[in-house]
Design a protein around this ligand. Structure first.
Ligand code: GDP
Ligand code: ZN
Length: 461
């Protein structure tokens, strides 16, 4: 495959003391050499692979020194893209990074499209599609756990599982072929029926198992969108503050990947919460009163988790009761705050209202009960199961969609076998399942889909 040489900034714009401009392609070293002035006239084309060199970057037109740089030279195929890769480390300011990038473009590189480095790694056979997508997830990973899931996927854990399932289906299809080729033997038909049921059942169970991990995967990747509701003055802002203060946001720093901008995230015992920022919370303070139970239900429906706060030192009001109505059927944790003050709330009624939810009492002022709240959050979402380290999480929405379709067609196949549908119809469903699973690892994907996938990547990756 003949691919041109691409370049992009592969560190976040305007951040950090050092920025990297990365080049990949046949001409990467040659282009860099036209710009680089090493100590004692050193040329990059002569240096050993995987070494780093100090020097100056000059504008070849004017011979003016543009930047002080460190340049890494990595010759293919032992690189991320399998092509020759040069990384120019320069000062992190916006102006100097841009200057370096512009110089490489003037010298013959082409500005990389979003995700193009990863796309090349895929096209050059370095990684499969699910691994490529994992790179994107890594960039966005918000907690250590999310990172491990993405890393596991990149190492090909999901790919291996999918490949094994496809192999199972192929073997099943082979049995079907025998049946179609020798329909006159009764015992072949009986054996086929038996093998089909067993194999198809196995495949269905495995797909279901993978899908079960997807909800947790989504949470790990995107964070639980969490809304704190309650009447004014019950302690919502205080709750937000103690959650933020006690749980520092995780900053991922993986060599060779872009450090994405970190959002206001908190990691509560492995559960990433995406808390509405203070401004957002303020707006929802009187949400139920302002827009009514029905409308607020609509708004709250978007949330994965509701933290419903009540005031221990005040009577329950109709407003409190309305909030309970608005969050019915959702994942709710009820927090009775201000227990340091004399009790006025009717706890029997609270217990009645909260009978389906965990109920926590807190004094946020005195820092009491926050641990219990965190425990409740983690129990609610992990129920202990997520700790299993060898579990494969499916967290990518494209994978989930494909797995659901694959589940549909394998169930069609199973129903077919059970109700005695002609075997060649069953064969079609099995083949379809095989194809759908193949799309996850990019083995039966159309070019256009590939382009679409890679365009989602950050520029420079
Ligand atoms: P919000 O209006 O629901 O966001 O409530 P705030 O978090 O702004 O708190 C309202 C007031 O209650 C503030 O003065 C807080 O300091 C106070 N407060 C919050 N939690 C407690 C608590 O546990 N005990 C006491 N005594 N006061 C609290
Ligand atoms: Zn507030």
């Amino acid at each position: 495959m003949e691919l041109d040489t691409i370049a992009a900034v592969s560190t976040p714009m305007g951040e950090g003391a050092i920025a990297i401009v990365r080049l990949s392609g046949d001409e990467a070293i040659k282009i860099s050499d036209t710009l680089f002035r090493g100590v004692g006239g050193k040329r990059l084309k002569d240096v050993p692979s995987h070494t780093i060199h100090y020097g100056q970057l000059i504008d070849p037109k004017t011979e003016e020194v543009a930047e002080e740089v460190m340049v890494s030279v990595m010759k293919g195929p032992k690189t991320f893209t399998k092509e020759d890769v040069v990384e120019i480390n320069c000062h992190g300011g916006l102006v100097s990074v841009n200057r370096v990038l512009q110089l490489t473009l003037k010298a013959g590189a082409r500005l990389a499209e979003p995700g193009e480095f990863t796309k090349r790694a895929f096209l050059n056979g370095r990684i499969d599609l699910s691994q490529a997508e994992a790179v994107m997830d890594l960039i966005r990973a918000k907690t250590d756990r999310a990172m491990n899931v993405a890393l596991g996927q990149m190492e090909g854990r999901l790919s291996k599982l999918i490949q094994k399932l496809r192999q199972d289906i192929l073997e099943t299809l082979a049995h079907v072929e025998v049946n179609i080729d020798y329909p006159e033997y009764d015992d072949v038909e009986e054996m086929t029926h038996h093998v089909l049921l067993e194999k198809a059942n196995h495949v269905r169970n495995e797909i279901e198992q993978l899908l079960r991990t997807s909800q947790q995967g989504k949470i790990l990747r995107e964070g639980l969108s969490t809304v704190i509701v309650g009447r004014p003055n019950v302690g919502k802002s205080s709750l937000l503050n103690s959650l933020v203060h006690e749980n520092k946001a995780i900053v991922t720093d993986i060599p060779g990947t872009t450090r994405d901008v970190i959002e206001e995230y908190v990691n509560v015992r492995g559960v990433p919460l995406r808390l509405l920022d203070t401004a957002g919370i303020r707006e929802t303070e009187d949400i139920v009163e302002r827009i009514g139970v029905e409308r607020s239900r609509q708004v709250l429906k978007e949330a994965d988790l509701i933290l419903l706060v009540l005031n221990y030192s005040d009577d329950l009001t109709i407003e409190d009761e309305n909030i309970f109505k608005a969050v019915e059927g959702m994942d709710v944790i009820v927090i009775v705050n201000k227990t340091d003050l004399p009790q006025k709330i009717n706890m029997d009624r609270v217990k009645e209202l909260a009978k389906n939810y965990p109920l926590i009492t807190t004094s946020l002022l005195e820092d009491v009960g926050v641990n219990e709240l965190e425990e409740a959050i983690s129990t609610l979402f992990f129920a202990g199961t997520i700790e299993a380290s060898d579990m494969t999480y499916v967290s990518n929405s494209r994978h989930i969609a494909l797995l659901n379709q694959a589940l549909g067609s394998i169930e069609e196949a199973l129903n077919g076998v059970e109700s005695g549908v002609p075997i060649d119809i069953v064969q079609i469903d099995l083949t379809r399942t095989w194809e759908l699973l193949g799309e996850i690892i990019g083995e039966s994907v159309h070019e256009s889909l590939i382009d679409q996938l890679f365009s989602q990547f950050c520029l420079g990756k």
